[in-house]
Write a protein that binds this ligand. Structure first.
Ligand SMILES: [Zn+2]
Ligand SMILES: [Zn+2]
Ligand SMILES: [Zn+2]
Ligand SMILES: [Zn+2]
Length: 329
């Protein structure tokens, strides 16, 4: 049985996104007149780009062929410790600048300092330390989440990219909009949502109706609700925003409160259905680690404009059928 739940709109952040390239897909004109199906990918294929970190180390030097989780020798640790910033204890990575006496400080800290934290000497003019930069290129540095169990070591050029997608990175609040700054572990996400976002309703079951009310409200608006099934919690998000100048669009997506790996075990289907028309989207849920913003930016979700919304809406309320299923690996 489908159990409808109405979800009121919430004010969204002001839309500050850059104008992206023109839309990449539209309803296929070849589709039958009253049933357009946009199908991203079946459960078998991956609709979400694989988030694998491909790490290859520098050709020569200390690291050999690639980064990895191998044991780090004491000498290697001694070497990386030479790169520790005396202020933030993160690594000083190229471009490496030193004070007049030769002390290093990382570039982030350097911007906030007026003198060298080690000797109080002048930081300007900037003096490059090319020898240390060369050494840095031959050393593998631990991921910045090494303290929370990530065991990867990486070439400095690959470190920022990996850290953006590192599975040990703290989770941010999955609620759309940038208003909540909460961060924490995956285990703490649900209790954060229950305490800080009490207005979000939860429905049990794999097949439910996500009813968004007042879809005609002007401006950027979010509708959010939770769905619990298969022992997991899913967040359903409908976002209305103006991605292109003067063109309001709706974006609907399902996120798993879980890791990317866990998300691969599920598929979701969103369906607008009514007035002898049907619009369907199927994909792998996104992990809340990735959030909704990138998916909306790439239109990797159910996208429809206000005219389509009106075809399916009833009195300004839009019901989206949401079905979650498991897919065997
Ligand atoms: Zn620093
Ligand atoms: Zn100094
Ligand atoms: Zn990591
Ligand atoms: Zn929050």
């Amino acid at each position: 049985m489908r159990r409808p739940s109405s979800t009121g709109p919430s004010a969204n952040k002001p839309c500050s996104k850059q104008p992206p390239p023109p839309p990449q897909h539209a309803l296929s004109p070849a589709a039958p007149p009253a049933a357009a199906t946009i199908s991203a990918a079946g459960p078998g294929s991956s609709a979400v780009p694989a988030a694998a970190a491909v790490i290859s180390g520098p050709g020569g030097g200390g690291g050999g062929g690639g980064g990895g989780a191998g044991p780090v020798s004491p000498q290697h640790h001694e070497l990386t410790s030479l790169f520790e910033c005396p202020v933030c204890f993160d690594y000083v990575l190229p471009p490496i600048l030193q004070c007049q006496a030769g002390h290093l400080v990382c570039n982030q800290c350097r911007q906030k300092l007026s003198c060298c934290p080690t000797c109080r000497g002048a930081l300007t003019p900037s003096i490059r330390n090319l020898a240390m930069e060369k050494v840095a290129s031959a050393v593998l540095f631990p991921c910045k989440y090494a303290t929370t169990a990530c065991s990867l070591t990486l070439h400095h050029t690959e470190k920022p990219e990996h850290e953006d997608i590192c599975e040990y990175r703290p989770y941010s609040c999955p609620c759309p909009g940038a208003s909540c700054k909460w961060q924490g572990s995956l285990e703490a996400v649900m209790s954060h949502l229950m305490h800080a976002h009490k207005s979000i309703t939860t429905l049990q079951g794999e097949d439910i109706v996500f009813l968004a009310t007042d879809i005609n409200l002007p401006g950027a608006v979010d509708w959010v609700m939770m769905q619990s099934c298969f022992g997991h919690h899913f967040m359903l998000v409908l976002e209305k925003q103006e991605k292109y100048e003067g063109h309001q669009q709706f974006f609907a997506i399902v996120l798993l409160i879980g890791t990317r790996k866990q998300a691969e075990n599920f598929a979701y289907r969103l369906e607008l259905n009514g007035n002898r028309r049907r619009l369907t989207w199927e994909a792998t849920p996104r992990s809340i680690h990735d959030g909704v913003a990138a998916a909306i930016m790439n239109s990797d979700c159910l996208v429809f404009d206000t005219a389509i919304a009106h075809l399916f809406a009833d009195n300004g309320n839009l019901g989206i059928n949401v079905t979650i299923s498991t897919c065997c690996p």
